[in-house]
Write a protein that binds this ligand. Structure first.
Ligand SMILES: [Zn+2]
Length: 267
C-alpha cells in the first residue's frame, strides 16, 4: 500500500488533462474555460499530496469546481471530504455509489465495514449516460458496475495539437480473481452487474487510455517516454486499451467457468 501512495510528480498528459495522483492511485485534473474538474482523490491521507500536485501545475484549489469519481472506495474516493472542503467544489456521483460516499464506506458489498473513510455529501446524483459539463468540456458517465454497484467509467474528447481524441478513464472493470459472483446477500445483482460491464466495454471508443490505477495503463513507463519527447504521445494507446478490456473480459470468463464447475447457483 505504501507504494500505492508514493508521491509522483504531477504532469500534463494530453490536451486539457493532467495527472495529479500518486505512483499507484491515479487522479486527474481536467481543465476547462470555467475552472477544473477533479477525477478521484486517493486515500484520505493523500489529500494534502493531491492538493499540492494541483497547485504545482499552476491551478488554484478554489478553481476546482466539480469532483467526480471512479467509485466509492477508500483508495480512490476516500479523500473526497477533504478535497471538497479544500476546493469548495460540488461532488457528482453515480446513484448506486452515492450512499457509500455519504456513509463513509459502510456496508460495502465486498469489504463490509472494513474500509471506512470520512463521509461526504453528494451534491448531484447521476445515472448511466448522464453528462458533467463545465466550460465547454463534456464528460459522459458510463455505469460499469460489479466492483461497486456504481463503479463509473468516464469518457470525453480532448484536442491535442489540432487533433481530437476519444479519452476513456476506466473505473475498476476487472473482477478480483476467485471472487464469488453469486450468493452475496449484500450484492445479489453482482453477476448481472458484471455482465452489464462486459457489454459496455466494447462500446467505448478509446484513443487515449487512462484508468483509476497507474499500473493499469503503464502510467510510469508512458510518463518517462513523454518526458523524453516520445511522439506520438504515448498515452494515445488504442491497442493497450483493447488489451486492458480483453483482460477484464477473460478474467470474468474464467470466474464464470469456475462458478459453473463449482455448481454455484445462478450461473
Ligand atoms: Zn475499489
Amino acid at each position: 500500500m505504501a507504494a500505492m501512495k508514493e508521491p509522483f510528480p504531477p504532469f500534463h498528459i494530453i490536451g486539457n488533462i493532467y495527472y495529479v495522483g500518486s505512483q499507484g492511485i491515479a487522479c486527474y485534473i481536467i481543465r476547462t474555460k470555467k475552472g477544473e474538474i477533479l477525477l478521484d482523490t486517493g486515500y484520505p491521507d493523500m489529500a494534502s499530496q493531491i492538493e499540492a500536485n494541483i497547485r504545482k501545475l499552476g491551478f488554484r484549489l478554489s478553481g476546482v469546481r466539480i469532483l467526480i469519481d471512479s467509485h466509492a472506495h477508500i483508495d480512490h474516493g476516500g479523500g473526497m471530504a477533504a478535497l471538497k472542503s479544500a476546493t469548495g467544489a460540488k461532488l457528482v456521483a453515480m446513484a448506486e455509489d452515492a450512499p457509500y460516499f455519504e456513509s463513509g464506506g459502510h456496508h460495502d458489498v465486498v469489504f463490509g465495514d472494513r474500509n471506512l473513510f470520512p463521509p461526504v455529501k453528494v451534491d448531484r446524483i447521476i445515472h448511466d449516460g448522464d453528462t458533467v459539463k463545465l466550460g465547454g468540456v463534456v464528460l459522459t458517465a458510463h455505469l460499469t458496475p460489479g466492483h461497486t454497484p456504481g463503479n463509473t467509467t468516464w469518457t470525453m474528447d480532448t484536442k491535442d495539437r489540432g487533433k481530437t481524441y476519444h479519452v476513456v478513464f476506466f473505473g475498476i472493470v476487472t473482477p478480483f480473481p476467485n471472487m464469488k459472483l453469486t450468493g452475496n446477500p449484500d450484492y445479489p445483482n453482482m453477476k448481472a452487474d458484471w455482465d452489464r460491464t462486459m457489454r459496455v466495454l466494447p462500446t467505448l471508443k478509446c484513443d487515449v487510455f487512462l484508468a483509476s490505477n497507474g499500473s493499469f495503463f503503464d502510467m510510469e513507463k508512458k510518463h518517462d517516454a513523454l518526458l523524453k519527447g516520445a511522439s506520438p504521445n504515448p498515452f494515445i494507446d488504442p491497442a493497450g486499451c483493447k488489451a486492458f478490456m480483453d483482460r477484464g473480459e477473460s478474467t470474468y470468463q474464467k470466474l464464470l467457468q469456475g462458478s459453473a464447475q463449482n455448481g454455484a447457483p445462478g450461473t
